[in-house]
Design a protein. Sequence first.
Length: 286
Amino acid sequence: MALENRYDFVMLFDVENGNPNGDPDAGNAPRIDAETGFGYITDVCLKRKIRNYVELCKEGEQGYNILIKPDKSLNAKFTAAYDAEGIPHSKEKIKNPDDVKKARDYMCKNYYDVRAFGAVMSTGDDPCGIVRGPVQINFARSLSPINPQDVTITRQAKTTEERKEIGDTEMGKKSVIPYALYRAEGYVSAALANKMTGLSDADIELLWTAIINMFENDHSAARGKMCMRKLYVFKHSSVLGNAPSHVLFEKIEVKLKEDKPPRTFSDYAISVDKSMPNGVELIEKL
């Protein structure tokens, strides 16, 4: 069934004594804007957590496979789509467009993350085309400047006999943020869903559930305590939308109550302007 509503949404989540998204180019320290000191988290990181939750709660169900995960190579999955649809394999550089479309439709039908986020599937001998995903998420940004701290740690177990001869313990470091509240914004295009991927209303409800629970089954010592605090959804009454997304995002304001480094969620005040443009409904999912 075709989607009848466009959506925009705002996520507020925090981290306490952890590293929410390490930067490989900076020794895996928390990502930070060098000019402003604000922290950020990539869209790739957030979508990974959504994928992980969907895989956990829908494991084995038809239509809810996850493409982007390290079980098999992507090209092997594309070849499997050709086999499932009975599409002949060919070494020709230029493929039959109808065959590629058929394979692309198979991927959209069977892989939730392709249906939602899209994918570049044009590699290998059995390409499945390129899908522009109807669900897009911006980088998350902290509401205040962050202050990453390198905490010294020790390890008693040595990896080799040679290193054990040096002493009983080794010194190391881990980078953490004492506290930070992050905001991320996203979009669901009904027009793109209807035109290409077939994202359904049930898929969107699963998206909201995955966002709310994205940290609950992803705890680790490195990431510390991470919590989804708020999820605001703007539901449009039409496919193309009834108001610009930035106008709706400005309805949610988050400010520090006092001019001091934040250490808890209660240090912030959230102001919600509930006067919506015609045709837009605000839904507080969390």
